[in-house]
Design a binder for this molecule. Structure first.
Ligand code: 5GP
Length: 354
């Protein structure tokens, strides 16, 4: 047994130090980022905030709303080939939608059907998603996916440490998804004891990814996934060096989100559940398999209306952070940021693990 003594940080363990700024107006701040991906060779410009591939957030309705802001939606994997055919017949924004799959044989069989149906040009991103990217089988599946889809930008994860970040990139992913146990609807930390504070995971994995490059295209990238509760957490994630930010919580509870709308005592609520919660497993697989424990939970969130209002708030907050730290572009957040360690002043982290 070994103990790592250096302190690992969550978003609520830090604040960002204000710095001298030459920004004259928040409007001048550039939220767009342009990346050239190391394996696919594609160049992408957009706001690097992504709706998670959960069936409560990665919906067709969300993709229509977010693409108008140049944001990406990772569609959940439970849409049928026919659902996808119908959706793509009226949605033509391949840069702002991702197809998601897991590593089961049936996931790869379905991807082949999707490609055979001629839908491959309708999405430029593919998210290969498992809760635990440390499995040998996972990295082999990254290689298999890269061979099957050489021109797609592959996002793969999840992991939280440098060595596996490097391996996933070297096996063929363009972007590594970072986060274990950080999700708001996730109970992995409580059920298994495994996890890594999200801000430290970002800092460590981004450092590893940015050190891996293809001289003709670009460097390896990371996508922080989970744990962002407030817009300030998005700012902290970008300051910590993440290239993309994926969130479920940010995009849950809206009219464009999935989940059932419930009315209680005249107030409206919307269901949000983890993809391995009993609710999700019951819905998609008819129950929790015997050898598995559910590592997700279900919550009812106050109904929040239209997601466009939240997007305005998120963009406004990022612009405001930019004026405080003197960043002219989102790209400069990581360069400009100095974090101050604070004593969990918002005291959210324990709440979050409940
Ligand atoms: P949030 O934005 O809600 O904090 O986190 C969203 C992320 O939580 C998802 O993108 C996914 O990585 C993770 N997640 C979603 N459902 C589950 C689940 O049932 N169990 C676990 N362990 N993680 C989940």
């Amino acid at each position: 047994m070994r103990i790592e003594n250096d302190v690992k940080l969550d978003f609520n363990d830090v604040l960002i130090r204000p710095k001298r700024s030459t920004l004259t107006s928040r409007k001048n701040f550039d939220l767009l980022r342009t990346f050239t991906f190391m394996h696919s060779g594609r160049t992408w410009t957009g706001v690097p905030v992504v709706a998670a591939n959960m069936d409560t957030t990665g919906t067709f309705e969300m993709a229509r709303a977010l693409s108008a802001h140049k944001m990406l939606t990772a569609l959940h994997k439970h849409y049928s080939v026919q659902d996808l055919q119908e959706f793509f017949s009226t949605f033509d924004q391949p840069d702002f939608v991702a197809y998601s799959l897991g590593i089961r044989d049936e996931d790869f069989d379905k991807l082949e059907q999707v490609l055979d149906a001629g839908l491959g040009d309708n999405f430029n991103f593919i998210v290969l998603d498992v809760p635990n990217a440390y499995l040998e089988r996972f990295v082999l599946k990254v290689e298999e996916l890269r061979a099957l889809c050489p021109k797609h930008t592959i996002v793969a994860g999840n992991c939280v440490t440098n060595e596996i970040t490097e391996e996933i990139l070297l096996r063929g992913a363009d972007v590594v998804k970072v986060g274990i146990g950080s999700g708001s609807a996730c109970t992995t930390r409580r059920m298994t004891g495994v996890g890594y504070p999200q801000l430290s995971a970002i800092i460590e994995c981004a450092d590893a990814a940015h050190g891996i490059s293809n001289p003709e295209t670009g460097v390896g990238l990371v996508m922080s996934d989970g744990g962002a509760v407030y817009p300030s957490d998005a700012a902290k994630a970008f300051c910590g060096g993440t290239d993309f930010l994926m969130s479920g919580q940010f995009f849950s509870g809206f009219s464009q989100s999935g989940g059932v709308l419930v009315e209680k005592n005249g107030e409206k609520f919307k269901q949000y559940y983890g993809m391995s919660s009993k609710a999700a497993m019951q819905h998609h697989y008819g129950g929790v398999e015997k050898h598995r424990a559910s590592e997700g939970r279900e919550v009812l969130l106050p109904y929040k209306g239209d997601v466009n209002d939240f997007i305005d708030e998120l963009f406004g907050s990022l612009r405001s952070t930019a004026t405080y730290i003197g960043a002219l572009k989102l790209k400069e957040f990581a360069k400009r940021a100095t974090f101050l360690l604070v004593h969990r002043q918002l005291n959210r982290s324990l709440e979050q693990y409940e």
